[in-house]
Design a protein around this ligand. Structure first.
Ligand SMILES: [Zn+2]
Length: 206
């Protein structure tokens, strides 16, 4: 761990410390607001279920990135590109509280340090399990990796399907959104960037 590795990675828009009871009461209000009967059999347990679901889906606010990485940053004499692609993620758009989901692809070029491979999906999940916009999530993943590994460069590409667009039938052309964050050599060197994008898009999984 280097420097201020324990940087607060919250979005600044919420601490996730709200109470489950508060969510329950308000979900009941939503049911009333859409003209439903919160007492009918199928709905009577819904506020509690929704509150528990939101707790799980926003658990990323409470993850400490340092504890999450748990010392899995190693000094290694390796300077070839490390790529982790097709990592599934599920998040909630902060504008509609509706899911967006898809794949994230991450690469970095080490300069003396690497991170345990299983940690990259955990980092993605930590940021996905918050209220998000895809652009910010992409940048947060890149920022944290840069901070943890101090590599020669970091690249993150996120492809997401946003149910707020798809279900509502608006902006269908943007229903699959692609965002990227390129740092260091991935930003400055076209060849390195092209190699990464080739690896990401060359596979069968896309
Ligand atoms: Zn939305």
């Amino acid at each position: 761990m280097q420097g201020n590795g324990a940087r607060q990675t919250g979005t600044g828009t919420g601490t996730g410390s709200g109470s489950e009871t508060g969510i329950e009461a308000n979900v009941r209000e939503i049911l009333l607001g859409i003209g439903e009967d919160p007492e009918r059999e199928g709905l009577v347990g819904t506020p509690g279920r929704v509150a528990r679901a939101y707790k799980e889906l926003t658990a990323g606010y409470h993850d400490d990135p340092v504890a999450l990485v748990n010392g899995a940053v190693f000094t290694v004499d390796y300077d070839e590109m490390v790529v982790v692609r097709d990592v599934d993620f599920y998040s909630l758009c902060e504008h509609h509280l509706l899911p967006f989901y898809g794949h994230a692809h991450v690469a970095y070029l080490p300069k003396g340090r690497v991170i345990g491979l299983s940690k990259i999906p955990r980092i993605i999940e930590m940021f996905a399990r918050r209220l998000q916009v895809q652009e910010r999530m992409t940048v947060q993943i890149a920022d944290l990796l840069e901070e943890l590994v101090d590599p020669a460069g970091v690249a993150v590409v996120v492809e997401g399907i946003h149910l707020c667009s798809v279900m509502r039938g608006v902006r269908k052309e943007n229903s699959r959104m692609v965002t990227s964050a390129m740092r260091g050599v991935f930003r400055d060197d076209e060849k390195t960037r092209a190699e990464f994008l080739g690896l990401v898009h060359g596979g069968s999984a896309l």
